[in-house]
Write a protein that binds this ligand. Structure first.
Ligand code: OXD
Ligand code: MN
Length: 602
C-alpha cells in the first residue's frame, strides 16, 4: 500500500504496523486494514496472559460463558449462530485461473472473479469491531515443513481458539524472519448470513479469504484451509503430502515403538483412535498408545534414510463431543477438563456442561445449545450433533514425547477407515503400495454431522480428503502413486472398518480401546511377523490371528464379516463408478489397472 495511504490510517493502527518488522506482513496488513476498516487492531503476541484477556473480553461481549471454576477451571462455553454449526462444503471454493486446476470435485471460482466477489463483502466489515491479527506457525517450530500464517479476524472466539490450535504469537515472526512465505488468511464473520458465506482458497497466492462463518472448520484458517487445502497443493509442488490423518505411537511389550498414520472421514473416530487406551490385559503386558496428532498429518520422505516421516501441524484438538465419555475416551475427557472451549453443548444449572452420550442418563434440566430451557422429554437434542471441544494438546495425558519434535516420527503403517455397515471387513492389508493407494482413493463412508447435509449416505471420500484437496484430484492421486518411488521401504497400507454390522444390524466390533487388537495384527504384519491369507480383497488375518480373548464376540461371526462376498464386492465396484466417471479421461493409469485386476480376481 502506498505510504500516503498508510499515513491516512488512524495513529493506533499505524503503531501496530510499525511494531511488525516483516515488510511483507506489514504491507498486507495495511491493505486489509484499509479494506476492513476496523475500529481497533490487536496484534496477538501469544501466551497465557493474552488468552485470559481474550476470554475476559469475550465474556463481556457475550461470546463466552465461564463454566464452573471447580469442575472445569478456565473453561468456557460458546454458542454459535444456529445457522453456523458445521463446515459448509457448498460455500468452499478453490480459486485458480482455470477450472481444470481445481478439478472435478471442488467448487471453483476464477481467481480474479473470486477476489472481486469477496472484496465488497470485506469492505468496511470491521467497522465498530476489533481486528485481531494472529501470527501463527503450523508444525513443530524449526521443522523443515513448518509453515507460517497470519490470520486476520474479527472473531474473539477464533482468536482464542487459534491460540490453542496453533503455535500462535511472536514465535511466528521469529520463524518467518524477513521472508514473504506466509499464508495470508483473511477472515470475517460478517453478518453470518449463509447466503453470503464463502471460504475461498487461492493456492497459487498462498491466500485464504473466509467470510460469513465463525465455525472452526471454516474460520480457524490454520486448520482445514491452510494445513490441508493450501498445504496439499504446496506438498504436490514440493514433493510431500498433507493428509487428513491422525498419527499415533504404539509401544508393544518389550518396548518396540512404531507409529501409524490413519485417515478417516470427519467424525468417524480419529480422535478416539489417536487417544486409545488399551484394555487392562494389554496395558498389563506393556501395550501403550500415545498421540502425536488427531486430525492432520504432514508426511515427507527423509532424504538420508528414504523413510516416510510425519508431523502433526496442529497444537490442539477440535474434537466432536457427542458420544465422548469416560468409557469411550478417557484421555479426551482429561484433555478437556481444564483450559477448554466447549462449543454448542448444553449448560447445566451448576455451570457444568453436557452432551448426548456424556453420561448414561441425561440431566433432568439444562439450557440447550441454542440457549433454550431443555428437559429430556422435550424432543430436541441438548447439544448439537457436531458440538465440539477445543483444547491445547499439552492437556492430553497421552501426548507422545515426539509431538513437538521438528524431525517428526517414522511411519510404519498407513490405515484407511470409513464408516460402513456392510461389505468392508473389519481389517485387511493391501497387497502393495499401489493397491493401498487404490483402496484409499475409493474409500467410501457414510456421511456424518461434521459437514452440513444429509447424514448416513455412502459417499466416496478419497483418502478422507474429498473436502480438503486443494487442487485437481487426479493430480492428487498421481502424487500418491509417485511418492512410492521416493520411499525405500514403504509403510504397509491397511483398511479398517470399526462400524461393520451383522445380519441383525448390530455392531460386530466393540471398537474404542479394543481396537488395539487390530493394531496388534497391523504392526505384526508391518514388521513381517505374522502370516496372512490372500483373499480377493487383500491379505486377511486367519481365524485366530486377531486376539479375541476376553471379548464377547463369537469367532464365527468375526470370521463371517471378514469373508469377502463376491456379489457385494461387485455392487461396491459399481458404486465406485461414480468416482471413476467424475475423473473420466484424467484417471491415473494405475487406478485403471488396479480396478481391472480386482475385477478379474472375482
Ligand atoms: C474436523 C473435520 O473438524 O474433519 O476435523 O470436519
Ligand atoms: Mn478432520
Amino acid at each position: 500500500m502506498p505510504v500516503d495511504k498508510i499515513n491516512k490510517l488512524p495513529e493506533s493502527h499505524r503503531n501496530i504496523l510499525k511494531g511488525i518488522s516483516n515488510l511483507h506482513v506489514r504491507k498486507w496488513l495495511s491493505e486489509c486494514i484499509e479494506i476492513c476498516n476496523p475500529d481497533q487492531v490487536v496484534l496477538c503476541g501469544g501466551g497465557a496472559e493474552e488468552l485470559r484477556k481474550l476470554f475476559a473480553d469475550g465474556m463481556k461481549a457475550g461470546v463466552f460463558i465461564e463454566l464452573n471454576r471447580q469442575k472445569l477451571p478456565n473453561c468456557y462455553l460458546h454458542r454459535s449462530n444456529p445457522n453456523d454449526v458445521a463446515r459448509t462444503e457448498k460455500c468452499t471454493y478453490i480459486c485458480t485461473p482455470t477450472q481444470a486446476m481445481a478439478g472435478p470435485t471442488n467448487n471453483w471460482m476464477e481467481t480474479r472473479a473470486a477476489y472481486q466477489k469477496l472484496e465488497p463483502l470485506f469492505r468496511g466489515c470491521m467497522k465498530d469491531r476489533t481486528m485481531y491479527v494472529l501470527p501463527f506457525v503450523m508444525g513443530p517450530l524449526g521443522s523443515p515443513l513448518a509453515k507460517v500464517g497470519v490470520q486476520i479476524t474479527d472473531s474473539i472466539y477464533v482468536a482464542a481458539s487459534m491460540g490453542m490450535m496453533t503455535r500462535m504469537g511472536s514465535v511466528a515472526f521469529n520463524e518467518l524472519g524477513d521472508s514473504n512465505e506466509f499464508t495470508r488468511c483473511l477472515h470475517s464473520v460478517g453478518d453470518c448470513n449463509p447466503d453470503r458465506r464463502y471460504i475461498c482458497h487461492f493456492p497459487m497466492d498462498n491466500t485464504v479469504w473466509s467470510f460469513g462463518s465463525g465455525y472452526g472448520g471454516n474460520a480457524l484458517l490454520g486448520k482445514k484451509c491452510l494445513a490441508l487445502r493450501i498445504a496439499s497443493y504446496l506438498g504436490y509442488q514440493q514433493g510431500w503430502m498433507a493428509e487428513h490423518m491422525l498419527i499415533s505411537g504404539i509401544t508393544e511389550p518389550g518396548g518396540r515403538k512404531s507409529y501409524v498414520a490413519a485417515a478417516f472421514p470427519s467424525a468417524c473416530g480419529k480422535t478416539n483412535f489417536a487417544m486409545l487406551i488399551p484394555p487392562e490385559s494389554y496395558r498389563q503386558s506393556g501395550w501403550k498408545v500415545t498421540t502425536v496428532g488427531d486430525d492432520i498429518a504432514w508426511l515427507w520422505v527423509d532424504k538420508t534414510t528414504r523413510k516416510l516421516r510425519a508431523v502433526n501441524p496442529e497444537s490442539g484438538y477440535f474434537g466432536v463431543l457427542p458420544g465422548t465419555n469416560w468409557k469411550t475416551n478417557p484421555n479426551a475427557m482429561h484433555t478437556m477438563a481444564h483450559d477448554t472451549i466447549y462449543t454448542n453443548v448444553a449448560l447445566l444449572p451448576d455451570g457444568d456442561v453436557w452432551w448426548e452420550g456424556k453420561t448414561d442418563s441425561p440431566p433432568p434440566h439444562a439450557i440447550d445449545w441454542i440457549g433454550q430451557p431443555w428437559t429430556p422429554d422435550c424432543g430436541r437434542k441438548a447439544a448439537h450433533p457436531n458440538s465440539r471441544f477445543t483444547a491445547p494438546m499439552v492437556n492430553n495425558p497421552a501426548l507422545d514425547s515426539a509431538a513437538n519434535d521438528p524431525a517428526g516420527v517414522p511411519v510404519t503403517a498407513i490405515i484407511f477407515g470409513g464408516r460402513r455397515k456392510d461389505v468392508i471387513p473389519i481389517v485387511y492389508e493391501a497387497f502393495n503400495w499401489d493397491y493401498g493407494v487404490y483402496i484409499g482413493a475409493t474409500l467410501g463412508s457414510e456421511t456424518t454431522a461434521a459437514a452440513a447435509g444429509k447424514v448416513g449416505l455412502v459417499r466416496r471420500d478419497p483418502m478422507a480428503m474429498l473436502p480438503f484437496i486443494g487442487y485437481n484430484i487426479a493430480d492428487y492421486f498421481i502424487h500418491w502413486f509417485r511418492m512410492r518411488s521416493r520411499i525405500a521401504d514403504c509403510p504397509r497400507i491397511f483398511q479398517v472398518n470399526w462400524f461393520r454390522k451383522n445380519d441383525r444390524g448390530e455392531f460386530v466390533w466393540p471398537g474404542y480401546g479394543e481396537n488395539i487388537r487390530i493394531l496388534e495384527w497391523i504392526l505384526k504384519r508391518s514388521h513381517g511377523e505374522v502370516y496372512a491369507i490372500e483373499s480377493q480383497l487383500g491379505w486377511m488375518p486367519r481365524a485366530g490371528d486377531i486376539n479375541l480373548d476376553g471379548l464377547n464376540i463369537d469367532p464365527t461371526e468375526f470370521a463371517a464379516v471378514q469373508q469377502v462376498d463376491a456379489e457385494s464386492l461387485k455392487a461396491e465396484f459399481l458404486a465406485e463408478e461414480e468416482l471413476f466417471l467424475k475423473l473420466a479421461g484424467e484417471l491415473p493409469k494405475e487406478m485403471i489397472f488396479m480396478r481391472e485386476l480386482l475385477v478379474s480376481r472375482l
